[in-house]
Design a protein around this ligand. Structure first.
Ligand code: C2E
Ligand code: MG
Ligand code: MG
Ligand code: MG
Length: 288
């Protein structure tokens, strides 16, 4: 079969390619009907304050319950939804459903919602956020929007303007997956982020790599200096939590503290459970 021999010589007949495109086409067709068929669900994952030892927020993570394929992960369908433009309607649904959940189920805890660059660049984006806040009655201060660097890359001005308008609504903004991609430090000083979310790839290496620990300490210091909250994603072990707590990281998120779950499956004692995990992490002397 064709080999990739040079930069202009694309590998058109890679085995598996047909199947890949075929699957993608099928998903794309089904995706067009998924909203009206009510096939999306939101799962929520807690964010835990180290200082307060309790859940202070939940991140909304969308899933697609496909009638034949079962639960499809956002990594598999968000890119397809972005290309066909369906992400705008899906994103609206996510935002509305997440705000309703926060308003009705989360007590005082906040909610954070991922927003795709395609959705963010829609002319109507700020208006639709305002309308959804109005419609659901959620206090704007309880909503955080998570964006990735992809939103900031090609134009500096428009993205900055939208962020400013969003902040004027009273919501907060998080920079997601920080440390991956280009991670220009310029972004941090130019744009009004409230929160930095350290990417899971650093957290995963915390216990084995001194470099990863140095990077985390630096991001925490940076966040502190810029008055931004620092959240670690993907915390899976007590030892990681211990290192992060020691570094001064403000909030922890990850399977250790709680997996993403639909509201009906959340534990009623979640706050006590996370308090005991944070206490364990605090007592631990991480080996470094
Ligand atoms: P993200 O926003 O960085 O979300 C964190 C991802 O890490 C989630 O994957 C979550 O389930 C996973 N995760 C959390 N804790 C742990 C852990 O301790 N270990 C490991 N291995 N993974 C952990 P998920 O739900 O599959 O979402 C993947 C990505 O899809 C998200 O990354 C986000 O970029 C995107 N996404 C999810 N929901 C939405 C949405 O409603 N709209 C948009 N535009 N994107 C979404
Ligand atoms: Mg996120
Ligand atoms: Mg992330
Ligand atoms: Mg991510």
């Amino acid at each position: 079969h064709a080999k990739n021999t040079g930069r202009n010589n694309y590998c058109l007949f890679e085995p598996g390619m047909d199947a890949f495109l075929e699957k993608r086409k099928l998903l794309e067709t089904d995706l067009g009907l998924a909203l009206e068929r009510d096939e999306f669900e939101l799962h929520f994952q807690p964010r835990v304050s180290v200082e307060q030892s309790r859940i202070v927020s939940y991140e909304a993570l969308v899933r697609w319950r496909h009638p034949e394929r079962g639960l499809v992960s956002p990594a598999d369908f968000i890119p397809i939804a972005e290309q066909g433009g369906k992400i705008v309607a899906i994103g609206d649904w996510v935002l509305r459903t997440a705000c309703l959940a926060a308003q009705n189920e989360f007590g005082a805890a906040r909610v954070s919602v991922n927003v795709s660059p395609v959705q963010f660049r829609q002319k109507s984006f700020v208006e639709s956020v305002a309308a959804i806040l109005e419609e659901t009655g959620l206090a704007p201060g309880r909503l955080e929007i998570e964006i990735t660097e992809g939103v900031l890359i090609d134009d500096d001005n428009r993205a900055g303007l939208i962020l400013k308008q969003l902040k004027q609504l009273g919501i907060t903004i998080a920079l997601d997956d920080f440390g991956t991609g280009y991670s220009s430090l310029g972004y941090l000083s130019r744009f009004p982020f409230d929160t930095i979310k350290i990417d899971r790839s650093f957290v995963r290496e915390l216990t084995s790599s001194e470099n990863a620990r140095a990077i985390i300490n630096t991001i925490v210091g940076l966040g502190c200096g810029l008055r931004m909250k620092v959240v670690a994603e993907g915390v899976e072990t007590v030892e990681e939590a211990a290192i992060l707590a020691m570094s001064g990281c403000n909030e922890l998120q990850g399977f250790l503290l709680g997996r993403p779950l639909p509201i009906g499956e959340m534990s009623a004692d979640a706050d006590q459970e996370v308090a005991s995990i944070i206490a364990q992490a605090r007592d631990m002397q991480p080996e470094m």
